[in-house]
Design a protein around this ligand. Structure first.
Ligand code: FAD
Length: 526
């Protein structure tokens, strides 16, 4: 009995020490300071989330999951890691909508769960206006953990809206600003990172810094498109404009790629057109014989036209769909049709194959949501997503069509998800930002948004590699968007002439390589 009491006393003492000095979770080897220890989550749901992402191709259980209740908690966590003789890695996880583990922290790292921060913090969007300012009249101060859909709802309440979007809105502000944030508005308004006035950032050293193009500008531009390498965005000031009420949403079909690309480029340029009559959105997508003309990203074509479109697909294998939008409101509702007619003059789509929808601005921006909910209800949202996203110079786009779309894609015949293709203007991107884009005035994004089964995702991976190999051999100066590389020489090549300064900024703002190790830029074997 004496031995039994002795063991109980020893266990109680150990318990007392760990709860007052620090705490070791059963599944973590990180000794946490008391003021942070109760911020850690260990419920199965949080662990599952932090160990996976939308891609469903990589799984890594981190050492711990952190649920900050304030910016100070984030500062303390990063400072704590810095003060350790061997620092631990830290990754902010927005929505985890990356596809290759970019928001993961590795088995010895800590994932900051920005979603639980968002829930515990509550309000995180404040809309304001400034008069007599050079930067624009309206803006919203938005937490980095906030979702774009919530930014949209909050700003619409004031009759205002951000101008640059992603196709899907259930992504965090911090997550898209770490990449670029692109959609059909980008050709005109620039990517989301071109529409930020100011940010609060907690750097990899744990410093809380407010930055803008005029103040701490090195950090500001580093963070925009910086793949989470330099700091955690806790606030972004996003430019706003008066929100339109409705949109005319038009799709036209082409069987000739060069006509399709020529029309896309014409519509995003100002050449010979009235500058006040411009589209607000332009994208394009491939229709292929493998599936019905509509897919989860949006349903569009009237059922009565499906058989006509399918017979065209049987004949041509690929049909190119140009998708454009013009916003309007009460005082432009009578002129919008005329303006579109002028814009469409001379376009070479297949006669008669033009389709139009008239929807609210909110319905249009949130168009992907209904497809998502449908897939979720069928258990098809959480499947593997071996995606490939590219930026391609305009000069190679015809080659890309004939060698990739018409050869690799048709030959392999496995593509099931949407394939998007649309051009953007380089002038709307600031070269000081970390993101890298092709060196031509006009460049295209091509997105292969595959969904696969759990057993056959490798076939898509092989196809992706074949496409990349084609680009390499053809000498195309492409860049990956939402890039994924494992070797440092590939990252060097990806950043090209920006690599040196990217590395210098890393040693300045995150000298111990703590942040976003899942990108595998500076921590290859984490
Ligand atoms: P996460 O995946 O959680 O994180 C991405 C990276 O950012 C990680 O390195 C992470 O550590 C870092 N990070 C996250 N939060 C912060 C923060 N606050 N501060 C600093 N770093 C941070 N992209 C487009 O541009 N256009 C689209 O139209 C588009 N559509 C998409 C549709 C779907 C269905 C999906 C799944 C993705 C889409 N994406 C699109 C890609 C998306 O923008 C990126 O994957 C983005 O990173 C996702 O945001 P997230 O909040 O999930 O970030």
């Amino acid at each position: 009995p004496f031995q039994k009491y002795f063991i109980v006393i020893i266990i109680s003492i150990i318990h007392l020490i760990t709860s007052t000095i620090g705490k070791t979770k059963p599944w973590t080897n990180i000794l946490l300071p008391p003021k942070l220890s109760d911020r850690f989550l260990d419920d199965p749901e949080s662990i599952k989330l932090a160990s996976s992402d939308y891609g469903n191709l990589v799984q890594e259980i981190p050492a711990a999951i952190f649920n900050p209740s304030s910016i100070n908690d984030i500062v303390s966590l990063i400072k704590f890691s810095n003060s350790s003789s061997i620092p631990f890695n830290i990754a902010a996880r927005g929505q985890g909508h990356s596809t290759c583990g970019q928001a993961m922290a590795g088995i010895n790292g800590v994932v900051i769960n920005m979603a639980s921060y968002r829930k515990s913090k509550g309000a995180g969007i404040e809309v304001s206006s400034i008069v007599d300012s050079s930067i624009g009249k309206f803006y919203a101060d938005v937490g980095g953990e906030q979702l774009w859909i919530d930014v949209l709802h909050a700003t619409l309440e004031h009759g205002l809206t951000p101008v640059s979007w992603t196709d899907y809105l259930y992504l965090t502000v911090g997550g898209t600003l770490s990449n670029a944030g692109i959609s059909g508005q980008t050709f005109r308004y620039g990517p989301q990172i071109s529409n930020v006035y100011e940010m609060d950032v907690v750097t990899g050293k744990g410093d809380f810094v407010t930055c803008s193009s005029g103040k701490n500008s090195e950090l500001f531009f580093a963070v925009l498109g910086g793949l989470g390498q330099f700091g955690i965005i806790t606030r972004a000031r996003i430019g706003l404009e008066p929100a339109p009420k409705r949109v005319k949403w038009v799709r036209m079909l082409y069987n000739d790629f060069s006509a399709f690309a020529k029309d896309q480029e014409y519509l995003i340029s100002n050449n010979g057109r009235n500058p006040s009559n411009t589209l607000n959105y332009l994208e394009g997508l491939l229709l292929m014989h493998q599936g019905p003309p509509d897919n989860w990203r949006s349903s569009f074509f009237p059922l009565s036209d499906h058989s006509r479109i399918i017979s065209l697909l049987t004949k041509h294998s690929i049909i190119y769909c140009l998708e454009v939008v013009k916003y309007y409101d009460d005082h432009t509702q009578n002129t919008v049709n005329e303006e579109l007619k002028v814009l469409f003059q001379g376009l070479s789509y297949i006669p008669g194959l033009i389709f139009e929808k008239n929807v609210s601005y909110l319905q249009f921006l949130n168009r992907v949501r209904s497809g998502e909910l449908k897939l979720q209800s069928q258990g098809l949202w959480d499947v593997p997503h071996p995606w490939l996203n590219l930026f391609l110079p305009k000069s190679c786009i015809l080659d890309f069509d004939s060698s990739v779309f018409k050869e690799i894609i048709l030959k392999r015949n496995i593509t099931t998800g949407p394939v998007l293709i649309y051009p953007m203007n380089r002038s709307k991107w600031d070269d000081k930002m970390s993101v890298v884009i092709p060196d031509e005035d006009v460049f295209y994004t091509v997105a292969f948004l595959h969904s696969s089964g759990f057993d056959d995702w490798e076939a898509f991976d092989i196809q992706n590699r074949e496409i990349l190999q084609f680009c390499e051999i053809a000498g195309i100066q492409f860049k990956q968007y939402l890039p994924h590389y494992k070797r440092q020489q590939d990252w060097e090549k990806h950043f090209g002439k920006k690599w040196r300064s990217f590395k210098e900024k890393k040693s300045k703002f995150d000298p111990r390589n703590i942040l976003s190790p899942g990108q595998r830029i500076f921590n290859h074997n984490y």
